[in-house]
Design a protein around this ligand. Structure first.
Ligand SMILES: Nc1nc2c(ncn2[C@@H]2O[C@H](COP(=O)(O)OP(=O)(O)OP(=O)(O)O)[C@@H](O)[C@H]2O)c(=O)[nH]1
Ligand SMILES: [Mg+2]
Length: 418
Protein backbone atom coordinates (compact mmCIF):
# COMPACT_ATOMS: atom_id res chain seq x y z
CA UNK A 1 0.00 0.00 0.00
CA UNK A 2 1.18 3.48 -0.76
CA UNK A 3 2.46 5.42 2.22
CA UNK A 4 -0.02 8.19 2.90
CA UNK A 5 1.24 11.65 3.59
CA UNK A 6 -0.37 12.80 6.80
CA UNK A 7 -1.67 16.29 7.23
CA UNK A 8 0.12 18.09 10.06
CA UNK A 9 -2.34 19.49 12.55
CA UNK A 10 -2.25 21.92 15.44
CA UNK A 11 -4.95 21.64 18.08
CA UNK A 12 -6.41 24.68 19.80
CA UNK A 13 -8.64 24.85 22.82
CA UNK A 14 -10.23 27.89 24.37
CA UNK A 15 -10.94 27.72 28.08
CA UNK A 16 -13.48 30.21 29.29
CA UNK A 17 -12.86 31.47 32.81
CA UNK A 18 -16.46 30.68 33.62
CA UNK A 19 -15.89 27.02 32.76
CA UNK A 20 -14.18 25.88 35.94
CA UNK A 21 -13.95 22.20 36.68
CA UNK A 22 -13.37 21.36 33.05
CA UNK A 23 -10.09 19.75 32.09
CA UNK A 24 -8.72 21.30 28.87
CA UNK A 25 -5.85 18.81 28.67
CA UNK A 26 -8.27 15.92 28.70
CA UNK A 27 -10.42 17.52 26.05
CA UNK A 28 -7.39 18.16 23.84
CA UNK A 29 -6.22 14.59 24.34
CA UNK A 30 -9.56 13.42 22.99
CA UNK A 31 -9.26 15.88 20.10
CA UNK A 32 -5.82 14.38 19.37
CA UNK A 33 -7.38 10.90 19.16
CA UNK A 34 -10.07 12.24 16.87
CA UNK A 35 -7.47 13.97 14.66
CA UNK A 36 -5.39 10.80 14.44
CA UNK A 37 -8.44 8.72 13.67
CA UNK A 38 -9.11 11.10 10.79
CA UNK A 39 -5.55 10.51 9.55
CA UNK A 40 -3.72 13.62 10.76
CA UNK A 41 -0.45 13.91 12.62
CA UNK A 42 -0.60 16.27 15.59
CA UNK A 43 2.42 18.57 15.64
CA UNK A 44 1.40 21.10 18.26
CA UNK A 45 -1.26 22.32 20.60
CA UNK A 46 -2.35 25.54 22.23
CA UNK A 47 -4.62 26.30 25.15
CA UNK A 48 -5.89 29.83 25.61
CA UNK A 49 -7.76 31.16 28.64
CA UNK A 50 -10.13 34.08 28.13
CA UNK A 51 -13.24 35.62 29.62
CA UNK A 52 -15.21 35.17 26.45
CA UNK A 53 -14.90 34.11 22.81
CA UNK A 54 -13.61 36.71 20.38
CA UNK A 55 -16.25 37.32 17.73
CA UNK A 56 -13.65 37.56 14.95
CA UNK A 57 -10.65 35.46 15.90
CA UNK A 58 -12.24 33.21 18.54
CA UNK A 59 -9.06 33.10 20.67
CA UNK A 60 -8.34 36.82 20.20
CA UNK A 61 -6.23 38.51 17.55
CA UNK A 62 -2.96 38.52 19.54
CA UNK A 63 -3.19 34.84 20.29
CA UNK A 64 -4.13 34.08 16.69
CA UNK A 65 -0.97 35.85 15.54
CA UNK A 66 1.02 33.70 17.95
CA UNK A 67 -0.71 30.70 16.40
CA UNK A 68 0.40 31.87 12.95
CA UNK A 69 4.03 31.69 14.08
CA UNK A 70 3.55 28.19 15.48
CA UNK A 71 1.94 27.12 12.21
CA UNK A 72 4.85 28.43 10.20
CA UNK A 73 7.49 26.93 12.49
CA UNK A 74 5.91 23.49 12.45
CA UNK A 75 4.86 23.57 8.81
CA UNK A 76 1.27 22.80 9.74
CA UNK A 77 -1.38 22.18 7.08
CA UNK A 78 -4.32 22.37 9.35
CA UNK A 79 -5.56 23.91 12.61
CA UNK A 80 -8.32 22.19 14.56
CA UNK A 81 -10.40 24.04 17.13
CA UNK A 82 -11.99 22.12 19.99
CA UNK A 83 -15.31 23.96 19.66
CA UNK A 84 -17.67 24.95 16.89
CA UNK A 85 -16.56 28.11 15.09
CA UNK A 86 -18.94 30.61 13.55
CA UNK A 87 -18.58 31.21 9.85
CA UNK A 88 -16.98 34.62 10.53
CA UNK A 89 -14.43 33.15 12.92
CA UNK A 90 -13.58 30.36 10.48
CA UNK A 91 -13.09 32.83 7.66
CA UNK A 92 -11.00 35.31 9.64
CA UNK A 93 -8.78 32.60 11.06
CA UNK A 94 -8.19 31.01 7.66
CA UNK A 95 -7.25 34.36 6.20
CA UNK A 96 -4.78 35.04 8.95
CA UNK A 97 -3.27 31.59 9.34
CA UNK A 98 -3.17 30.73 5.64
CA UNK A 99 -3.92 27.07 6.38
CA UNK A 100 -7.11 25.03 6.53
CA UNK A 101 -9.10 25.73 9.69
CA UNK A 102 -11.70 23.25 10.93
CA UNK A 103 -13.56 22.72 14.18
CA UNK A 104 -14.37 19.72 16.33
CA UNK A 105 -17.74 19.22 14.65
CA UNK A 106 -16.20 19.10 11.16
CA UNK A 107 -13.60 16.66 12.41
CA UNK A 108 -16.21 14.31 13.85
CA UNK A 109 -18.29 14.60 10.66
CA UNK A 110 -15.16 13.74 8.68
CA UNK A 111 -14.52 10.57 10.73
CA UNK A 112 -18.12 9.53 10.37
CA UNK A 113 -17.80 10.04 6.61
CA UNK A 114 -14.69 7.82 6.46
CA UNK A 115 -16.24 5.07 8.60
CA UNK A 116 -19.71 4.96 7.06
CA UNK A 117 -20.21 1.61 5.35
CA UNK A 118 -23.89 1.08 4.72
CA UNK A 119 -26.01 3.22 2.48
CA UNK A 120 -28.01 4.39 5.48
CA UNK A 121 -24.93 5.52 7.42
CA UNK A 122 -23.53 7.30 4.36
CA UNK A 123 -26.76 9.18 3.78
CA UNK A 124 -27.05 10.09 7.45
CA UNK A 125 -23.54 11.53 7.48
CA UNK A 126 -24.13 13.45 4.27
CA UNK A 127 -27.29 14.91 5.71
CA UNK A 128 -25.48 16.07 8.85
CA UNK A 129 -22.69 17.57 6.73
CA UNK A 130 -25.11 19.57 4.61
CA UNK A 131 -26.86 20.81 7.69
CA UNK A 132 -23.58 21.91 9.17
CA UNK A 133 -22.42 23.57 5.95
CA UNK A 134 -25.63 25.34 5.05
CA UNK A 135 -25.12 28.43 7.19
CA UNK A 136 -21.48 28.43 6.15
CA UNK A 137 -21.85 28.26 2.36
CA UNK A 138 -20.86 31.85 2.02
CA UNK A 139 -17.56 31.32 3.75
CA UNK A 140 -16.66 28.37 1.54
CA UNK A 141 -17.59 30.25 -1.59
CA UNK A 142 -15.62 33.44 -0.96
CA UNK A 143 -12.69 31.36 0.12
CA UNK A 144 -12.82 29.46 -3.14
CA UNK A 145 -12.98 32.67 -5.13
CA UNK A 146 -9.92 34.00 -3.41
CA UNK A 147 -7.98 30.85 -4.15
CA UNK A 148 -8.77 31.28 -7.80
CA UNK A 149 -7.20 34.67 -7.53
CA UNK A 150 -10.48 36.43 -7.83
CA UNK A 151 -9.46 40.06 -7.79
CA UNK A 152 -12.24 42.38 -6.97
CA UNK A 153 -14.42 39.87 -5.20
CA UNK A 154 -14.65 42.21 -2.27
CA UNK A 155 -18.26 42.86 -2.99
CA UNK A 156 -18.80 39.12 -2.75
CA UNK A 157 -19.11 36.59 -5.57
CA UNK A 158 -22.65 37.74 -6.16
CA UNK A 159 -25.46 36.72 -3.90
CA UNK A 160 -27.13 34.90 -6.78
CA UNK A 161 -24.38 32.27 -6.93
CA UNK A 162 -24.74 31.57 -3.23
CA UNK A 163 -28.48 31.27 -3.71
CA UNK A 164 -28.00 28.68 -6.47
CA UNK A 165 -25.70 26.65 -4.22
CA UNK A 166 -28.19 26.88 -1.43
CA UNK A 167 -31.06 25.72 -3.58
CA UNK A 168 -29.05 22.70 -4.76
CA UNK A 169 -28.24 21.81 -1.18
CA UNK A 170 -31.87 22.07 -0.09
CA UNK A 171 -32.87 19.81 -2.96
CA UNK A 172 -30.22 17.25 -2.04
CA UNK A 173 -31.30 17.35 1.62
CA UNK A 174 -34.85 16.63 0.65
CA UNK A 175 -33.76 13.71 -1.58
CA UNK A 176 -31.63 12.23 1.19
CA UNK A 177 -34.52 12.46 3.63
CA UNK A 178 -36.75 10.57 1.21
CA UNK A 179 -34.18 7.84 0.69
CA UNK A 180 -33.65 7.52 4.43
CA UNK A 181 -37.39 7.22 4.95
CA UNK A 182 -37.53 4.29 2.54
CA UNK A 183 -34.65 2.51 4.27
CA UNK A 184 -36.28 3.14 7.61
CA UNK A 185 -39.53 1.56 6.41
CA UNK A 186 -37.72 -1.66 5.57
CA UNK A 187 -36.02 -1.65 8.95
CA UNK A 188 -39.37 -1.21 10.68
CA UNK A 189 -40.66 -4.37 9.09
CA UNK A 190 -37.60 -6.31 10.19
CA UNK A 191 -37.90 -4.90 13.68
CA UNK A 192 -41.51 -5.96 13.91
CA UNK A 193 -40.51 -9.53 13.22
CA UNK A 194 -37.98 -9.34 16.03
CA UNK A 195 -40.14 -7.61 18.56
CA UNK A 196 -41.30 -10.85 20.19
CA UNK A 197 -37.83 -11.35 21.57
CA UNK A 198 -36.20 -9.48 24.42
CA UNK A 199 -34.15 -6.65 22.89
CA UNK A 200 -31.03 -5.24 24.53
CA UNK A 201 -29.00 -2.29 23.21
CA UNK A 202 -25.38 -1.62 24.04
CA UNK A 203 -24.73 2.08 24.34
CA UNK A 204 -21.77 4.08 25.59
CA UNK A 205 -18.92 6.42 24.90
CA UNK A 206 -16.93 5.73 21.75
CA UNK A 207 -14.13 3.17 22.28
CA UNK A 208 -15.70 1.90 25.53
CA UNK A 209 -15.77 -1.67 24.19
CA UNK A 210 -19.38 -2.11 23.05
CA UNK A 211 -18.52 -4.14 19.96
CA UNK A 212 -16.00 -6.23 21.89
CA UNK A 213 -18.71 -6.97 24.44
CA UNK A 214 -21.18 -7.97 21.75
CA UNK A 215 -18.54 -10.26 20.24
CA UNK A 216 -17.98 -11.84 23.64
CA UNK A 217 -21.71 -12.32 24.20
CA UNK A 218 -22.51 -13.60 20.74
CA UNK A 219 -19.31 -15.47 20.15
CA UNK A 220 -18.95 -13.71 16.87
CA UNK A 221 -16.38 -11.41 15.34
CA UNK A 222 -17.44 -7.92 14.38
CA UNK A 223 -14.99 -5.13 13.64
CA UNK A 224 -13.45 -3.55 16.73
CA UNK A 225 -10.61 -1.06 16.78
CA UNK A 226 -8.75 1.19 19.11
CA UNK A 227 -10.25 4.10 17.26
CA UNK A 228 -13.05 6.51 17.78
CA UNK A 229 -16.30 5.71 16.01
CA UNK A 230 -15.29 2.31 14.67
CA UNK A 231 -18.96 1.34 14.54
CA UNK A 232 -21.55 3.48 12.81
CA UNK A 233 -24.27 0.99 12.06
CA UNK A 234 -26.53 -0.93 14.28
CA UNK A 235 -25.77 -4.63 14.27
CA UNK A 236 -28.05 -7.06 15.97
CA UNK A 237 -27.03 -10.53 17.08
CA UNK A 238 -28.84 -13.42 18.67
CA UNK A 239 -27.44 -14.27 22.07
CA UNK A 240 -28.16 -17.52 23.82
CA UNK A 241 -28.37 -17.18 27.60
CA UNK A 242 -27.74 -20.23 29.75
CA UNK A 243 -28.57 -22.39 26.79
CA UNK A 244 -32.32 -21.83 26.92
CA UNK A 245 -33.27 -18.20 26.48
CA UNK A 246 -32.55 -16.34 23.29
CA UNK A 247 -32.36 -12.56 23.34
CA UNK A 248 -31.31 -10.00 20.72
CA UNK A 249 -28.42 -7.67 21.43
CA UNK A 250 -27.69 -4.59 19.31
CA UNK A 251 -24.48 -2.66 19.11
CA UNK A 252 -24.64 0.92 17.92
CA UNK A 253 -22.79 4.12 17.23
CA UNK A 254 -20.74 5.48 20.14
CA UNK A 255 -21.31 8.81 21.81
CA UNK A 256 -18.81 11.55 22.55
CA UNK A 257 -18.60 14.83 24.40
CA UNK A 258 -20.14 17.61 22.27
CA UNK A 259 -21.53 15.12 19.76
CA UNK A 260 -22.67 17.39 16.93
CA UNK A 261 -26.40 17.81 17.23
CA UNK A 262 -26.72 17.52 13.44
CA UNK A 263 -25.39 13.97 13.82
CA UNK A 264 -27.69 13.07 16.68
CA UNK A 265 -30.60 14.25 14.56
CA UNK A 266 -29.59 12.49 11.37
CA UNK A 267 -28.65 9.26 13.16
CA UNK A 268 -31.99 9.19 14.92
CA UNK A 269 -33.14 6.22 12.85
CA UNK A 270 -30.03 4.21 13.73
CA UNK A 271 -30.42 5.15 17.37
CA UNK A 272 -34.06 4.12 17.22
CA UNK A 273 -32.83 0.61 17.99
CA UNK A 274 -31.75 1.83 21.40
CA UNK A 275 -34.86 3.95 21.80
CA UNK A 276 -37.14 0.96 21.22
CA UNK A 277 -35.23 -1.75 23.06
CA UNK A 278 -36.41 -3.33 26.31
CA UNK A 279 -33.16 -2.70 28.16
CA UNK A 280 -30.04 -0.59 27.75
CA UNK A 281 -26.57 -1.74 28.73
CA UNK A 282 -24.38 1.31 29.26
CA UNK A 283 -20.76 0.26 28.64
CA UNK A 284 -18.10 2.37 30.39
CA UNK A 285 -14.33 2.20 29.89
CA UNK A 286 -13.22 2.17 33.51
CA UNK A 287 -9.56 2.55 32.58
CA UNK A 288 -10.26 6.16 31.56
CA UNK A 289 -9.29 8.49 34.42
CA UNK A 290 -12.29 10.67 33.73
CA UNK A 291 -14.79 7.95 32.95
CA UNK A 292 -17.44 9.79 34.93
CA UNK A 293 -17.32 12.69 32.48
CA UNK A 294 -17.91 10.15 29.74
CA UNK A 295 -20.89 8.74 31.62
CA UNK A 296 -22.31 12.24 31.83
CA UNK A 297 -21.81 12.85 28.12
CA UNK A 298 -23.65 9.62 27.33
CA UNK A 299 -26.48 10.59 29.66
CA UNK A 300 -26.73 13.94 27.90
CA UNK A 301 -27.22 12.25 24.56
CA UNK A 302 -29.82 9.94 26.12
CA UNK A 303 -31.66 13.01 27.34
CA UNK A 304 -31.47 14.51 23.85
CA UNK A 305 -32.99 11.29 22.52
CA UNK A 306 -35.61 11.36 25.28
CA UNK A 307 -34.69 7.89 26.58
CA UNK A 308 -33.69 8.59 30.15
CA UNK A 309 -36.47 6.58 31.78
CA UNK A 310 -35.52 3.20 30.30
CA UNK A 311 -34.06 0.44 32.45
CA UNK A 312 -30.27 0.67 32.28
CA UNK A 313 -27.56 -1.70 33.48
CA UNK A 314 -24.17 -0.06 34.01
CA UNK A 315 -21.28 -2.22 32.81
CA UNK A 316 -17.76 -1.13 33.73
CA UNK A 317 -15.48 -2.67 31.14
CA UNK A 318 -11.69 -3.13 30.81
CA UNK A 319 -11.15 -4.19 34.43
CA UNK A 320 -7.99 -5.95 33.23
CA UNK A 321 -6.39 -2.51 32.90
CA UNK A 322 -7.09 -1.49 36.51
CA UNK A 323 -4.24 -1.28 38.99
CA UNK A 324 -5.78 -0.74 42.42
CA UNK A 325 -8.69 -2.92 41.48
CA UNK A 326 -10.29 -3.58 44.90
CA UNK A 327 -10.46 0.04 45.92
CA UNK A 328 -12.10 1.15 42.68
CA UNK A 329 -14.60 -1.70 42.75
CA UNK A 330 -15.92 -0.69 46.14
CA UNK A 331 -16.29 2.90 45.10
CA UNK A 332 -18.19 1.93 41.99
CA UNK A 333 -20.57 -0.50 43.67
CA UNK A 334 -21.39 2.20 46.20
CA UNK A 335 -22.04 4.84 43.59
CA UNK A 336 -23.67 2.62 40.96
CA UNK A 337 -25.57 -0.11 42.78
CA UNK A 338 -26.32 -3.14 40.67
CA UNK A 339 -23.52 -2.38 38.23
CA UNK A 340 -21.28 -5.03 36.71
CA UNK A 341 -17.52 -5.00 36.29
CA UNK A 342 -15.97 -7.11 33.57
CA UNK A 343 -13.36 -7.43 30.90
CA UNK A 344 -14.95 -8.13 27.54
CA UNK A 345 -11.54 -8.75 26.06
CA UNK A 346 -10.49 -11.43 28.57
CA UNK A 347 -13.99 -12.76 29.13
CA UNK A 348 -13.71 -12.07 32.85
CA UNK A 349 -16.90 -11.37 34.74
CA UNK A 350 -19.08 -12.16 31.75
CA UNK A 351 -21.22 -14.70 33.64
CA UNK A 352 -22.45 -11.99 36.01
CA UNK A 353 -23.74 -10.07 33.03
CA UNK A 354 -25.29 -13.03 31.26
CA UNK A 355 -26.94 -14.13 34.51
CA UNK A 356 -28.41 -10.68 35.02
CA UNK A 357 -29.64 -10.49 31.43
CA UNK A 358 -31.15 -13.94 31.87
CA UNK A 359 -33.06 -12.85 34.98
CA UNK A 360 -34.37 -9.67 33.44
CA UNK A 361 -35.28 -11.33 30.13
CA UNK A 362 -37.17 -14.20 31.75
CA UNK A 363 -39.01 -11.89 34.12
CA UNK A 364 -40.09 -9.63 31.31
CA UNK A 365 -43.54 -10.11 29.89
CA UNK A 366 -45.12 -9.12 26.61
CA UNK A 367 -48.68 -8.05 26.07
CA UNK A 368 -50.38 -10.26 23.50
CA UNK A 369 -53.77 -10.23 21.83
CA UNK A 370 -54.82 -13.81 21.16
CA UNK A 371 -57.78 -15.26 19.35
CA UNK A 372 -58.47 -18.78 20.53
CA UNK A 373 -60.96 -21.03 18.71
CA UNK A 374 -63.36 -22.88 21.04
CA UNK A 375 -61.91 -26.29 20.24
CA UNK A 376 -58.51 -25.08 21.54
CA UNK A 377 -59.82 -23.43 24.69
CA UNK A 378 -57.88 -25.87 26.81
CA UNK A 379 -55.00 -23.35 26.54
CA UNK A 380 -56.96 -20.90 28.76
CA UNK A 381 -55.99 -22.42 32.13
CA UNK A 382 -52.36 -22.31 30.97
CA UNK A 383 -52.69 -18.57 30.30
CA UNK A 384 -54.23 -17.92 33.73
CA UNK A 385 -51.53 -19.93 35.43
CA UNK A 386 -48.52 -18.41 33.66
CA UNK A 387 -49.55 -14.91 32.70
CA UNK A 388 -51.75 -11.98 33.67
CA UNK A 389 -54.98 -12.10 31.73
CA UNK A 390 -56.18 -8.54 31.20
CA UNK A 391 -59.38 -9.19 29.29
CA UNK A 392 -61.46 -12.01 27.90
CA UNK A 393 -64.08 -11.56 25.18
CA UNK A 394 -66.33 -14.31 23.86
CA UNK A 395 -67.56 -14.14 20.29
CA UNK A 396 -69.09 -16.56 17.81
CA UNK A 397 -65.85 -18.03 16.57
CA UNK A 398 -63.80 -18.11 19.75
CA UNK A 399 -62.35 -16.19 22.69
CA UNK A 400 -60.32 -13.02 22.41
CA UNK A 401 -57.79 -12.74 25.21
CA UNK A 402 -55.36 -10.01 26.16
CA UNK A 403 -52.61 -11.45 28.26
CA UNK A 404 -49.18 -10.52 29.57
CA UNK A 405 -47.03 -13.57 29.16
CA UNK A 406 -43.39 -14.29 29.97
CA UNK A 407 -41.48 -13.99 26.74
CA UNK A 408 -40.05 -17.47 26.78
CA UNK A 409 -43.58 -18.92 26.68
CA UNK A 410 -44.49 -17.00 23.58
CA UNK A 411 -43.89 -19.98 21.32
CA UNK A 412 -46.72 -21.87 23.03
CA UNK A 413 -49.33 -19.36 21.88
CA UNK A 414 -47.75 -18.01 18.74
CA UNK A 415 -50.37 -19.54 16.46
CA UNK A 416 -53.17 -17.69 18.29
CA UNK A 417 -51.73 -14.20 17.85
CA UNK A 418 -54.48 -11.95 16.54
N1 LIG B 1 -7.76 -4.06 27.75
C1 LIG B 1 -9.00 -4.14 27.28
N2 LIG B 1 -9.30 -3.59 26.09
C2 LIG B 1 -10.57 -3.70 25.64
C3 LIG B 1 -11.58 -4.34 26.39
N3 LIG B 1 -12.74 -4.27 25.69
C4 LIG B 1 -12.44 -3.59 24.55
N4 LIG B 1 -11.13 -3.26 24.51
C5 LIG B 1 -10.42 -2.53 23.45
O1 LIG B 1 -10.95 -1.23 23.33
C6 LIG B 1 -10.91 -0.80 21.96
C7 LIG B 1 -12.31 -0.36 21.54
O2 LIG B 1 -13.17 -1.48 21.50
P1 LIG B 1 -14.49 -1.51 20.62
O3 LIG B 1 -15.23 -2.74 21.01
O4 LIG B 1 -14.19 -1.27 19.19
O5 LIG B 1 -15.22 -0.23 21.22
P2 LIG B 1 -16.64 0.41 20.80
O6 LIG B 1 -17.29 0.86 22.06
O7 LIG B 1 -17.39 -0.54 19.95
O8 LIG B 1 -16.14 1.67 20.00
P3 LIG B 1 -16.84 2.48 18.78
O9 LIG B 1 -17.50 1.53 17.86
O10 LIG B 1 -15.67 3.18 18.16
O11 LIG B 1 -17.78 3.45 19.42
C8 LIG B 1 -10.39 -1.99 21.15
O12 LIG B 1 -9.02 -1.79 20.94
C9 LIG B 1 -10.65 -3.17 22.08
O13 LIG B 1 -9.75 -4.24 21.88
C10 LIG B 1 -11.23 -4.91 27.65
O14 LIG B 1 -12.04 -5.50 28.38
N5 LIG B 1 -9.94 -4.77 28.05
MG1 LIG C 1 -17.98 -0.41 18.04
Amino acid sequence: MEEQIKEKAILVSLVLNTNLGYDPEESLEELRLLAETAGAEVVGKMIQKRNRRDANFYIGKGKAEELLEICQESNADLVIFDDELSSVQGKKLEELLQVKVIDRTELILDIFAIHARTKQAKLQVELAQHQYNLPRLKRKWTHLERQRGGIGVRGGPGESQIEVDRRLVYKRISNIKNELNDIEKQHKTQRKLRSRKFNVSLIGYTNAGKTTLLNALADEKLYTANQLFATLDTTTRRVDLNGNVEILVSDTVGFIKKLPHQLVASFHATLEEAILSDLLVHVVDISQPHFENQINSVNNVLTELKIRDKEIIMVFNKTDLLGDYDEQINEIFEKYPGSILLSALNNEGMETLTQKLFEIATESKILLSLKIPFDESSILPFLYENGDVESEDYSEDGVKVEVRLPRELFYKVEKFVD
